[in-house]
Structure formats: structure tokens, C-alpha cells
Design a protein around this ligand. Structure first.
Ligand code: ADP
Length: 270
């Protein structure tokens, strides 16, 4: 529905009519609603780790003569603290992205560099969980944009692929040229996502399984950040998934003109 704000009305003037001046406020009101929802969600999300930390602090006080229990509670406080700091960082990233549309002063970015840096962010987690991370595809492709943001976007997809896969599986990052686009795909052999959830996972704070997301330190903001970064680069992100078999997330971005010397390389362990 449209919300029109009347600035001036139609009025008869002799045998003529004066035209009303009307302003369409639909967009403004929608933005306001989204902002209000966001603030409500943020407050709720911040209260969870803060509440847990308060309870744990009480537990530490009560267990002061049991060193093992104190150590356990302190570890959990540290985990909650890390979650809180990640949440705050992601909220800041997301609000910056929302005001930074499209990317300020874009520069040529090498996709190879983005993939290497993004994989680096998950290397330790993948090793801990015995997950094999591989990368391959067309080398030497470039896009116009912000390298840091693109590392965050691909990095978030890889982090999710690792987090939502059972131990010992494989996560593959592929780069392909499709006419004037580059497709960067992240494929896992993980839990997969039900069809009914596929449309919703890009929403802020939406998690299919909140308990599992919390366990992996997830904030529910990762994919909405990816979606924003894709859009601000003139691209898009999509997902294909089969429950129980795995998922492929694909980021498509407009390519800078093709340079000689680009060639396909085989899949390699990185
Ligand atoms: P989170 O911080 O919870 O991972 P995201 O926005 O990154 O938040 O993802 C939203 C939800 O989508 C996750 O909680 C998870 O349920 C689901 N999801 C994302 N990536 C994957 C994946 N590769 N495999 C299975 N489920 C996924």
C-alpha cells in the first residue's frame, strides 16, 4: 500500500481547479519500519550474551572454592564475550554497508587475492574440524569494488560452509567466468537447508537452528552482510541446497574487461 502525504489540496478557483501537491512517503515509512525492527532485534540479540555473562559471573562467585567449576564458568564467559564482540562488529559492518551504497571510490580487485584471503580466515577452523578446503577455477579475473568487503562476503560463505558441515567433509571454492560476470561458488557437503528456509536465510538474524548457530558462534547476520556487499557491487548472491547433502552459495559480480593470460587451473588443495 502507498502512503501519500498531502502537501496541498485541490481547491476550486473560479471555474478552474487548483492541483493538489502530494508526496509519496511509502519508501520513507518502510525504511522507518525496517529501522525499528532492526533496533528491536539488536536489543534482543545483545541481551542474550549479556544475560548469560551475568549468570556466569554469579556462578563464579558461588563456586569460588571449586577451582574446576570456576575455570569452566570463566571459559564460558569468554565465549559469550567473543560472541558479543562479534555481534557488535557485525552490526557496525552492516550499518556501515547500508549507508555506503554503492561502494565509495571502487578500485580494481583481483578475485584470486580475495579467495586466498577469505580462505585464510577459516583455515584454523577447518583444520580443527578436519575439513578439507580446496580452491580452483579461472585465474586473473578482476572486478571493480572494495577488496575488504569482498573478502568479508566470500569469507562469510566459507565460514558458514565449514561451520554447518560435519567433521571430515570437503568445502570447495570455485571461480568461473560467465560472459561478463564472475561466479564465485562455495560448495559444502554439510547439513543442507530445507526449501522453506531458503528464502529466509538472507534476512537479518534469521537462523534455521538457533541453537546450532549459537554453538558455532553465529550471529544470524552473516548472510545479510553478504547480500548487501553483493548488491553494492552490482551483483547478487544465490543458494542451491539439498537437505542432508549440502549447499552451494554463489556470488555473481560484474567483471572488469577480460585480460589476456587468464586460464583455467585445476582444483588444488590450499
Ligand atoms: P549465522 O551467523 O547464524 O551463521 P548467517 O546469516 O550466516 O547466520 O546464516 C543464516 C542461517 O542460514 C544459519 O543460521 C544457518 O541456519 C543457515 N546456513 C547458512 N549457511 C549454511 C550452510 N552452508 N549450510 C547449512 N546451513 C547454512
Amino acid at each position: 500500500t502507498q502512503t501519500l502525504h498531502v502537501l496541498a489540496r485541490v481547491a476550486p478557483l473560479g471555474d478552474r481547479l487548483v492541483l493538489a501537491l502530494v508526496e509519496d512517503r511509502t519508501h520513507e515509512i518502510r525504511v522507518d519500519e525496517i529501522r525499528r525492527d532492526f533496533v528491536a532485534n539488536v536489543s534482543h540479540e545483545l541481551k542474550t550474551p549479556v544475560g548469560a555473562m551475568m549468570l556466569l559471573a554469579e556462578a563464579v562467585q558461588d563456586a569460588s572454592d571449586e577451582p574446576d567449576a570456576v575455570r569452566r564458568f570463566a571459559e564460558r564467559m569468554q565465549q559469550e564475550g567473543q560472541r558479543l564482540s562479534r555481534l557488535v562488529q557485525e552490526i557496525i559492518d552492516l550499518s556501515r554497508l547500508q549507508y555506503d551504497d554503492p561502494v565509495d571510490s571502487p578500485e580494481p580487485v583481483e578475485i584470486d587475492d580475495v579467495v586466498v584471503a577469505a580462505i585464510d580466515r577459516s583455515r584454523v577452523d577447518a583444520e580443527d574440524r578436519n575439513i578439507r578446503l580446496t580452491a580452483g577455477g579461472t585465474e586473473g579475473l578482476q572486478v571493480l569494488g572494495n577488496e575488504k568487503q569482498l573478502v568479508v562476503a566470500i569469507g562469510n560463505l566459507i565460514e558458514n560452509a565449514v561451520s554447518y558441515s560435519p567433521e571430515g567433509r570437503r568445502v570447495a571454492v570455485g571461480v568461473r567466468r560467465r560472459e561478463d560476470l564472475v561466479e564465485i561458488s562455495v560448495t559444502d557437503q554439510g547439513h543442507g537447508i530445507a526449501e522453506t528456509d531458503l528464502d529466509r536465510i538472507f534476512e537479518r538474524f534469521y537462523r534455521v537452528d538457533p541453537a546450532r548457530s549459537r554453538e558455532t558462534g553465529g550471529t544470524g547476520l552473516g548472510l545479510s552482510i553478504v547480500k548487501h556487499i553483493a548488491a553494492s557491487h552490482g551483483g547478487e548472491v544465490s543458494v542451491w541446497s539439498v537437505q542432508g547433502a549440502g549447499s552451494t552459495f554463489t556470488l555473481r559480480l560484474p567483471l572488469l574487461p577480460y585480460r589476456p593470460g587468464q586460464q583455467a587451473r585445476g582444483v588444488s588443495q590450499v
